[in-house]
Design a binder for this molecule. Structure first.
Ligand code: IPM
Ligand code: MG
Length: 356
């Protein structure tokens, strides 16, 4: 019996609602498979914890998480705590020290879901965006001087290291190679950003030589938004910097029908640290407590977690269950234009899983 220990961190807002739903679904899957068991431990870290303790997680939080096999994360962000505190105090405080440098964001138009693009159906959009997740524009380098004075200055420095860029390129080329089309687009902005992005392009070309079977091209990030919208079929795997991919992945989620569906894996591919799986959407305080958050992004993130843990058969079953539920428009929550509740969607997925 394989035992996987999962740290569940629901965090803020609808994070609590969707992680509760996700844990329920994953527990059903595990109970139906004699081969493995999931052991969840819940952590109440986040903005309410911050209100009580003045920090988003305890000082020894990372040491507590380290022995887990994976982290199942909801969302952070609260109306009464500045966003940079919640982000740097919890999500980035886990991603960066645990060296989860590969952020993987698949996008597909699931059955029953309508893309806002005209004449674009399920098979026309099947992408994976690989986001550099440890440096770039999110390196945290910079500072502020002369606060409040007219001459106040602030810097926000992007960091690109040869090690960091090479490893994300290798990861992206390998992922592209594992997919049927073996096609990678390297997103850049080396026309304007003439240092870091030029090195990024050079390293892409170097790494490409190791993958002669992968077809690759290069695209400026602004032009990439046009290509995603106008020629979605021409894209398969994409690699981009931390900020570029942050923006492109929101666009990707919207083009696939809703932010409520999109999943993420924050991977430490070497498995020295636990990897973290979360829906791409945020804490969504406008709908918190209403019971209408779409849990599909969290289920799909759970599917990615199962795959990372080597439970491919369970992951396949979960994905099929997700698809059979999205195919039924009566089970669409408000973000997809329907009226279904989190509970109805969750119950439907559980029911499909329960069928022989
Ligand atoms: C994401 C989110 C985060 C990010 C926010 C919550 C800071 O938008 O995971 O894409 O920018 O990384
Ligand atoms: Mg984002």
């Amino acid at each position: 019996m394989r035992i996987h220990r999962i740290a569940a961190i629901p965090g803020d807002g609808i994070g609590k609602e969707v992680i509760a739903a996700g844990v329920q679904v994953l527990e059903i899957l595990a109970s139906q498979d004699a081969g493995f068991r999931l052991e969840f431990r819940h952590f109440d870290w986040g903005s309410e914890y911050y209100g009580r303790h003045g920090m988003m997680m305890p000082a020894d939080g990372l040491a507590t998480l380290k022995p887990f096999d994976a982290i199942y994360f909801g969302a952070v962000g609260a109306p009464d705590v500045p966003d940079h505190i919640t982000l740097w105090g919890l999500r980035l405080a886990i991603c960066q020290p645990f060296d989860q440098y590969a952020n993987v964001r698949p996008t597909r138009i699931l059955p029953g879901i309508q893309s806002p693009l005209r004449n674009v159906g399920p098979t026309d959009l099947d992408w994976v965006i690989v986001r550099e997740n440890s440096e770039g524009e999110y390196a945290g380098q910079g500072g502020r001087s002369h606060r409040g004075l007219p001459e106040e200055v602030a810097t926000e420095v992007s960091i690109f290291t040869r090690t960091g860029v090479t490893r994300i390129m290798r990861f992206a080329f390998e992922l592209a190679r594992s997919r049927p089309r073996k096609l990678l687009t390297v997103v850049t902005k080396s026309n304007a950003q003439r240092n870091g992005m030029v090195m990024w392009d050079e390293i892409a070309a170097e790494v490409a030589k190791e993958f002669p079977d992968v077809t690759w091209d290069k695209m400026l990030v602004d032009a990439m938004t046009v290509r995603m919208t106008m020629k979605p079929k021409s894209i398969d795997t994409v690699v981009a910097t931390n900020l570029h991919a942050d923006i492109l992945s929101d666009l990707a989620a919207a083009l696939a029908g809703s932010m409520g569906i999109a999943p993420t894996a924050n991977l430490n591919p070497e498995r020295k640290f636990p990897s973290m799986f979360e829906p791409i959407h945020g804490s969504a305080f406008d709908i918190t407590g209403k019971g209408i958050a779409n849990p599909i992004g969290t289920f799909w993130s759970g599917e990615m977690m199962l795959r990372h843990l080597g439970e491919n058969a369970a992951a396949d079953r979960l994905m099929r269950a997700i698809e059979s539920v999205t195919a039924d428009t009566a089970l669409h929550p408000p973000d997809l234009g329907g009226k279904a509740t989190t509970e109805q969607v969750t119950r439907a997925v559980c029911e499909v899983l329960g069928r022989p």
